[in-house]
Design a protein around this ligand. Structure first.
Ligand SMILES: Cc1ncc(COP(=O)(O)O)c(C=O)c1O
Length: 286
């Protein structure tokens, strides 16, 4: 596979980042993951808008000219170069503050940010969606700028590992008794006929899929309230589901070993997934 590193397309094995890179030393960088279906990027504009927001929030100045059009072209080039013009693929993009002698404060303004991008094939998790995922609840130990998509993901990594070690698929994070989001997903619950999800505050990543799902719920006449769900209320949920670029809409049928609702994937998640798949550049639904 050929990847993009600092202005050049190179073989993946040849793409090397110096040990002084602040992404390596401090997790001082931001990233995006964008879906492509049959060579077309899905919701790229929203991803690039969020990237700009993450760069702004972390005070990283991207290289001149790296605007949405340039990012689209770069993603497209990576898809074409790697034979991904058909089928499902993911494009990964990361920008760090660059390589410089280690200081906690910012390096000199002349330091060039590191830009890395790659594309690879992707298999949507249709089988898991059909049977429903399982989750554990887990303390949300992250910082107070979860709205920025940074590569500083250690609390997410630990939470997901604890889920996997417990035989579950995702960790549903809980802060001050309230469900915030998943370790790499947003969380929705159906409670008393209403779709509930944490508001887009500094405590969650404003997921692109989350935004689309809220819009689609409105179009389908499903009432939505952006109000945090207390962890005890999960017991009253008739449905629970996760959203993300790689999961689309993923029903959760067990939390901490207890069934959610009927213990089967529910109708609201099913309708929202169908509506989401309908919007994709090509149908990937099965
Ligand atoms: C912490 C977190 N929340 C939510 C999401 C879902 O965001 P999106 O729908 O934009 O993929 C992600 C995606 O990686 C994430 O890491």
């Amino acid at each position: 596979m050929r990847v993009f590193l600092n202005g050049e397309l190179v073989e993946r094995e040849q793409a090397l980042v110096p040990v002084d890179d602040r992404g390596f030393l401090f997790g001082d960088g931001v990233y995006e993951v964008v879906r492509a279906v049959d060579g077309s990027l899905y919701e790229a504009e929203r991803h690039w808008r969020r990237l700009a927001r993450s760069l702004d929030g972390t005070e990283i100045t991207p290289p001149a000219g790296l605007d949405a059009a340039a990012l689209d072209a770069l993603a497209q080039q990576l898809l074409d170069e790697n034979g991904l013009a058909a089928g499902d693929a993911l494009v990964y993009l990361q920008i760090t503050r660059g390589a410089a002698p280690r200081t906690h404060h910012f390096p000199p303004a002349t330091t060039r940010p590191t830009v890395f991008a790659s594309a690879g094939p992707f298999s949507p998790p249709h089988a898991l969606r059909a049977r429903g995922a399982s989750a554990i609840t887990h303390p949300d130990l992250r910082w107070a700028r979860c709205d920025l998509k940074t590569v500083n993901l250690l609390p997410n990594v630990l939470a997901k590992q604890h889920a996997v070690a417990a035989g579950a698929d995702e960790a549903v994070l809980v802060r001050d008794g309230m469900v915030t989001e998943g370790s790499s997903t947003n969380v929705f619950a159906v409670i008393a006929g209403e779709l509930r999800t944490h508001p887009a505050s500094n405590h969650i990543l404003p997921g692109v899929t989350r935004d689309v799902v809220i819009e689609l719920a409105g179009q389908l006449g499903v009432p939505v309230r952006e109000l945090p769900v207390p962890v005890e209320e999960l017991r009253e949920a008739t449905e629970l589901f996760l959203t993300s670029t790689t999961n689309d809409v993923m029903p959760v049928v067990r939390v901490d070993g207890r069934p959610v609702g009927s213990g089967e994937p529910g109708p609201v998640a099913g309708r929202l997934y169908a509506a989401l798949a309908e919007r994709m550049p090509a149908r990937t639904a099965v």
